[in-house]
Ligand binder design. Structure first.
Ligand SMILES: [Zn+2]
Length: 221
């Protein structure tokens, strides 16, 4: 029997191990969370980061940032519990891996940077919904961008031919990513959704003001 990849319109041979998809599509699914999903780049997220940063600044006399930092702290405490549990009893490998990775990020990245990145992802999802193929793809990209705040998830090696240092990013298993994404989303997602909503409201207000202005121009005699 001949297997073909269902994502390529059955033109490429499927990898036998995963059955339905060819190797490049299996890799995309693993790395990006969905067939057809490409990585959200730092550059793409930048504008949304600025939006979030400005709103945090606008609300700096309120306990907003402090509370978000506390929520990220709860994730860290929880991850530590999961990691310690893993020492005394068998625990699903993915949960352990998610805990270790979450703690690594907590240790190496400023809480505010994590918060801004996560919130920016929610605003982006709201404004560019087509950029994310599924919820799983969104969570995968969320984790990727948060992990991208540190370079420590990359193993550096020197290319013998060119003498250049290269970084090879370690991919977490998809299940680990989904667990981590779940923890982050639970802690910071509500704020992310609120930021997206406020952004939309501000935009509508601007549109209305513009419309009113045009109306005024129309009424000039
Ligand atoms: Zn394929």
């Amino acid at each position: 029997m001949n297997y073909t990849c269902i994502a390529s319109g059955y033109s490429s041979p499927a990898s036998t191990k995963f059955g339905r998809y060819c190797r490049p599509h299996v890799a995309q699914l693993r790395r990006h969370g969905a067939i057809g999903q490409t990585g959200i780049t730092k550059a793409e997220l930048k504008a949304y980061g600025r939006i979030v940063s400005a709103r945090l600044e606008k609300n700096r006399d309120k306990p907003l940032l402090t509370q978000l930092e506390a929520r990220w702290g709860v994730v860290q405490t929880y991850a530590a519990t999961v990691r310690d549990e893993a020492r005394s009893k068998p625990i699903v490998r993915y949960r352990r891996e998610a805990a270790v990775e979450t703690l690594r990020i907590g240790k190496n990245v400023n809480a505010r940077d994590v918060i801004e990145t996560v919130l920016a992802m929610y605003v982006m999802q709201d404004q560019e919904p087509r950029r994310f193929k599924s919820d799983q793809a969104f969570k995968t990209q969320l984790v990727r961008r948060v992990r991208g705040l540190t370079r420590l998830n990359a193993d550096a090696w020197t290319d013998a031919k060119t003498g250049k240092r290269k970084l090879v990013y370690r991919d977490l298993s998809q299940r680990t990513v989904i667990i981590m994404g779940g923890w982050i989303a639970e802690a910071l997602g509500p704020a992310g959704i609120m930021f997206a909503r406020l952004e939309r409201k501000d935009h509508e207000k601007e549109q209305q003001a513009l419309l009113a202005f045009r109306q005024t121009l129309d009424d000039i005699e």
